[in-house]
Design a binder for this molecule. Structure first.
Ligand SMILES: *Cc1c(COP(=O)(O)O)cnc(C)c1O
Length: 392
């Protein structure tokens, strides 16, 4: 049979055709009125997409570049900071903090779990200058309680900046940066905005802009103040990937369209979409007799991490889906390889994609006899019911 390659990965995610067309057409110079109009429009759209009145900065890098920029622009060597980690991306915060000579206190929880707010509270001494965390930990499919963490900071009267990697949180989780008091919220292009890798963006609070005036860590290319100054004139400090900016504009137009032309409503619709796809997948996996990695109530809508049956390597499922259906799902990252697989819902996924991957998963499970006694349709029926309940 024909096999169409389809990504079910939490970045890169499937591409929006309109974004691809916009990229192909974008042969404009970056020091022209045409580019300034495009960049100004995209920056303003991004504020609505993030859901903030803070300035948003675009960087030419993958998401990790914005993670590094938030460290290099907002800290000084020797600063005491708190890192909350329960997965591969949390560990990246620790790595960046160490690279910049910070004294990182790390609350490290096992993969597949999250932190208790009490332990965050206990670790939040007055010396802590910044707290780093993921909104959703893509390596484990777990959502962290950003609102709860922000409240802990507020209640403690902490002066620490709250810096959130929302690279898979944006577009899959309801986040209210301004109301909660998040200082930096980071996104990446190859995730919810349905376009190729290469852009990172971050919203920065006034408190964080003020901190930048005194922070001393070295920075040059990722200098947020320089980018902010240039962005006010519709430009970036260095040559931007013009085609990716055009793609981002097209994607944000599409997302606005999902909200009847209103980007904030479109973002909410995108979150609902991911939540519906995720709920269908969780119900299907459970009905098939598979276990989920994330604790109940903390499942990320960005991606569902599913455990293979005991004694089965998740690679069998990952390889089976690829060889039989050209469906690309991800195995566990790092030490988690072989022990879980992840199906993404972030960005340009719909009902048919979700039903298809569940159907394919049934085929692979039955062909490899990894769930003895499983009958066709178990997962699909559960997913159908969830869809019917969610979408009227
Ligand atoms: C994808 C991702 C990143 C960034 O990874 P890059 O490869 O640098 O784009 C960071 N954090 C999370 C949670 C992610 O999912």
């Amino acid at each position: 049979m024909i096999r169409k390659t389809r990504l079910f990965t939490p970045g890169p995610t499937p591409l929006l055709p309109a974004a691809q067309f916009a990229m192909a057409a974008a042969d404009i110079h970056h020091r022209t009125p045409e580019f300034r109009a495009l960049f100004t429009k995209v920056l303003s759209q991004l504020k609505d997409f993030v859901g903030t009145s803070n300035d948003v900065i675009i960087l030419s890098s993958s998401g990790s570049g914005a993670m590094e920029a938030s460290v290099s622009n907002l800290t000084s060597p020797g600063d005491r900071v708190l890192v909350l980690t329960a997965g591969k991306f949390g560990e990246r915060w620790t790595g960046i903090a160490k690279a910049f000579g910070l004294q990182a206190e790390v609350i490290s929880r096992p993969y597949g779990s999250t932190f208790s707010l009490d332990e965050v509270k206990a670790a939040l001494t007055p010396e802590i200058k910044a707290v780093f965390v993921q909104a959703t930990e893509s390596s484990t499919g777990v959502r962290h309680d950003i609102k709860g963490i922000a409240e802990v900071l507020k209640a403690a009267g902490s002066d620490a900046l709250l810096i959130v990697d929302a690279i898979t949180g944006l577009g899959t989780t309801h986040l209210d940066m301004d109301a909660w008091g998040v200082d930096v919220l980071i996104g990446g292009s190859q995730k919810a905005v349905m376009m190729p890798p290469g852009l990172a963006y971050l919203a920065v609070s006034e408190k964080a802009w003020a901190r930048m005036e005194t922070s001393k860590s070295p920075r040059y290319y990722f200098d947020l103040r320089k980018e902010r100054k240039n962005a006010a004139k519709g430009e970036s400090a260095y040559t931007p990937p013009v085609s990716l900016i055009a793609a981002l504009g097209a994607s944000l137009d599409y997302i606005a369209g999902q909200g009847g032309g209103d980007l904030k409503a479109g973002r909410a619709a995108l979150v609902d979409n991911a939540e519906t796809c995720a709920a269908m997948t969780r119900a299907a996996a459970t009905a098939m007799g598979l276990k989920l990695f994330a604790p109940v109530g903390y499942e990320a809508a960005a991606a569902t991490a599913i455990l293979p049956p005991e004694g089965v390597d998740s690679g069998v499922i990952v390889k089976g889906l690829k060889s039989k259906f050209a469906a690309i799902v991800t195995d566990g990252q790092g030490e988690m390889k072989g022990s879980l697989f992840r199906i993404a819902h972030i960005g340009f996924f719909d009902y048919l994609d979700t039903i298809a991957i569940i159907g394919a998963l049934e085929q692979v499970a039955i062909a490899n006899n990894i769930l003895p006694g499983l009958e066709f349709g178990k997962g699909l029926i559960a997913a159908q019911k969830v869809f019917a309940e969610h979408v009227k």
